[in-house]
Ligand binder design. Structure first.
Ligand code: UD1
Length: 429
């Protein structure tokens, strides 16, 4: 298993190109199920989760060809995927594949919409809480699907096709919004989704669906109004830049000090996180090229933050912010409101010398004068990258084990950081 070795204490200077967003690339790839024509996606990041989803889609009969930079290549432009689901040959998404990545469960809605039936394993993914799928299933039932659970599989049937409905989500869910949106575009009549998630990745998927011929109003708002169409066509779409990768590197710069251009980043996709960074003393400057982050000389101010659905502070940046706050000049509080078990990084950060006290869903982080390198264990995707930030700040060597978590969501992380002066290397095997 690969490990990452970091020797802390080096400033970051230079340019970091931001990859296409994992959380948009995955549902965009799934949208290819909705049409027999070719969906071309540009700027797809080369990530373990993308490769895993490609396997799942191929299993359904989606023909995938990839052009552009390949694994091991030197360039930073994403790959271009051509996905053609001329015929869906298998409507089952098996446990062995789906259990490894939660987002693959989102094939359910598009499969039922197009094939009137689907059998999809209950999902797996990061161990950050129970993460039920009740909202997905409830929404699909409202669209007229019959749903059964059989041997760990969700079996959905809609012999006469899906029918539009008014769906009011009792809770904001990114996945359920993707799922119902992608099902509703081929349902008969009008669907209204209320209390829809407003994450930029959902708007990106909606824009792609519109390019494919879907009729969607309210893109980017919490009310999506969809007029179902009989069929969708092929389209070309570029995946939007990854706001979580952007926020992560911004926090890495705030942590290590220095001056970095996050090339291609869009400030409007992560204003809450950038405001927090500005509050804690970093300089955040949007430019036509991306976002410039600087912290020179001054210390890190403490902050009080709670995670919220978009446009609030993203749960996917909570662990990274906590790592940054371990060295703040004072005490910070960080409350996690989205996932109940997303604090597994705490005990690992404590191994680096952090002073963190947990009470329920609130972490109180007392800034310390120094962190010291140590062997640590990555537990999930975002937690693992918080350890990278910890390692950049720590004196001496930090060895991060189980970095396969990192590879699920960060493209060439160690290469991007080392080009900016970080001492970071991957040890393979
Ligand atoms: C997506 C993101 C993930 C991010 C999360 C919240 C992708 C691939 N993943 O995950 O990176 O951390 O949004 O921004 O885009 N819930 C239910 N019932 C359901 C569905 C969700 O109770 O049927 C709960 C979840 O347990 C959680 C909350 O709703 O407490 C939000 O989850 P959701 O927005 O659905 O997250 P994901 O789509 O899984």
């Amino acid at each position: 298993m690969d490990r990452i070795r970091i020797t802390g204490g080096h400033k970051l200077e230079g340019i970091i190109p931001i990859s296409g967003a994992k959380n948009a690339a995955l549902p965009l790839m799934i949208a290819s199920i909705l049409t027999p024509e070719t969906l071309t996606l540009k700027n797809v990041p080369n990530l373990a989760d993308v490769n895993m989803l490609a396997r799942i889609l191929r299993n359904h009969g989606v023909d995938l060809t990839i052009e552009g930079k390949r694994a091991g290549g030197k360039g930073h432009l994403g790959e271009t995927f051509h996905l053609t689901a001329r015929e869906i040959v298998d409507t089952t998404a098996p446990y062995e594949l789906v259990s490894r990545m939660r987002a693959s469960f989102w094939v359910l809605g598009p499969l039922v919409a197009r094939c009137r039936q689907a059998r999809v394993s209950m999902p797996g993914g990061c161990a950050i809480g129970t993460r039920p799928v009740d909202l997905h299933l409830q929404g699909l039932k409202q669209l007229g699907a019959e749903i059964d659970i059989d041997g760990g599989y969700v079996v959905a049937k809609a012999p006469k096709g899906l029918k539009g409905a008014r769906i009011i989500f009792p809770k904001v869910s990114v996945g359920a919004t993707h799922q119902i949106l992608m099902a509703a575009v081929l349902a008969k009549g009008e669907t209204v989704i209320e209390n829809a998630a407003r994450e930029p990745e959902i708007a990106d998927v909606a824009r792609c669906l519109v390019a494919m011929g879907a009729k969607i109003e309210g893109v980017g708002t919490s009310t999506l109004r969809i007029q179902g169409v009989d069929r969708l066509e092929g389209a070309r779409h570029a995946v939007l830049p990854d706001r979580i990768e952007t926020g992560t590197f911004a926090m890495a710069v705030a942590a290590a000090g220095g001056n970095v251009m996050l090339q291609g980043a869009q400030i409007e996709d992560l204003e809450s996180a950038m405001n927090v960074l500005a509050d804690c003393g970093a300089t955040v400057k949007p430019t036509p090229d991306g976002i410039q982050i600087t912290r020179n000389g001054n210390g890190i101010g403490p902050v009080s933050v709670e995670t919220q659905p978009f446009p609030g502070f993203p749960t996917d940046l909570q662990a990274q912010l906590m790592a940054l706050m371990t060295r703040a000049d004072g005490t910070s509080t960080i409350r996690e409101t989205i996932f109940e078990n997303r604090f597994m990084h705490v005990q690992e950060l404590v191994r680096l010398g952090a002073d963190i006290h947990m009470q329920g869903d609130i972490a109180t982080v007392r800034g310390v004068k120094r962190l010291t390198g140590a062997p640590v264990m990555a537990t999930d995707l975002r937690a693992s990258v918080s350890l990278v930030i910890g390692g950049l700040m720590a004196e001496g060597e930090t060895m991060i084990n189980r970095v396969y978590h990192l590879d699920r969501g960060f493209e060439r992380l160690e290469e991007k950081l080392s080009r900016c002066g970080a001492q970071i290397e991957r040890i393979t095997g």
